[in-house]
Design a protein. Structure first.
Length: 209
């Protein structure tokens, strides 16, 4: 490998296969993940859902409106190309991942986050030195990449609207609603703060949502 990207990483092991976690500056995302050519490929020949453009400004606005408190989970990506791992002398699971600049990075999970971050960077360049974690896997072909995407998304559990309302400190209506409930004993006693649908034998009369 003549020219390489060098990522300080932590090495892990899942299902007998190594993977690597790196902290990557946001400004690097456009270089690692250029405009998706997969957008123009039939679903059966790509490893990702089609990008929902309507979601991008919503997520981007979330970043810009919460500049001091936004948070994102890691992106997941497969490396299609040559790479090597160099462990440090102190710990075999901490080292440097060298990836050929000829390699391609395929996002398995997080394409909307990536696109929204790039949109936010255009409006606020000061974001460029902040980082996001990326979990790198070795690409093992289209079938494996499609399975990674499926596993990451199929097994994700969406939170209920009620629990989201309970924990959301940015939504003023949610904050007011919680305060009203907490200050009225009857509502506090008979409001289910976790579920969106009450069961047949529930002792609650309302859901928070």
């Amino acid at each position: 490998m003549d020219f390489v990207y060098r990522f300080p990483v932590v090495r892990g092991l899942q299902a007998g296969t190594e993977y690597y976690i790196a902290m990557v500056p946001l400004k690097m995302l456009s270089k690692l993940f250029p405009v998706d050519e997969e957008e123009f490929v039939l679903p059966e020949y790509r490893a990702q859902r089609k990008l929902n453009e309507a979601r991008i400004p919503i997520i981007s606005k979330y970043i810009l409106d919460n500049r001091d408190s936004y948070v994102f989970s890691a992106l997941a990506a497969s490396i299609d190309g040559m790479f090597s791992y160099e462990p440090s002398s102190q710990n075999a699971d901490i080292g440097v991942l060298e990836v050929s600049m000829d390699a391609h990075f395929l996002i398995n999970d997080g394409q909307h986050r990536k696109s929204a971050i790039l949109a936010a960077l255009k409006e606020d360049p000061s974001l460029e030195e902040e980082t996001i974690s990326i979990v790198f896997y070795s690409d093992q072909g289209l079938k494996r990449s499609q399975q990674i995407f499926t596993d990451l998304n199929k097994n994700a559990v969406k939170t209920s609207n009620s629990i989201s309302e309970l924990y959301d400190s940015r939504d003023e209506i949610a904050v007011v609603t919680r305060n009203v409930i907490w200050n009225i004993e009857f509502l506090n006693t008979y409001t289910d703060k976790e579920k969106d649908i009450l069961g047949k034998y529930s002792s609650s009369l309302f859901t928070l949502n």
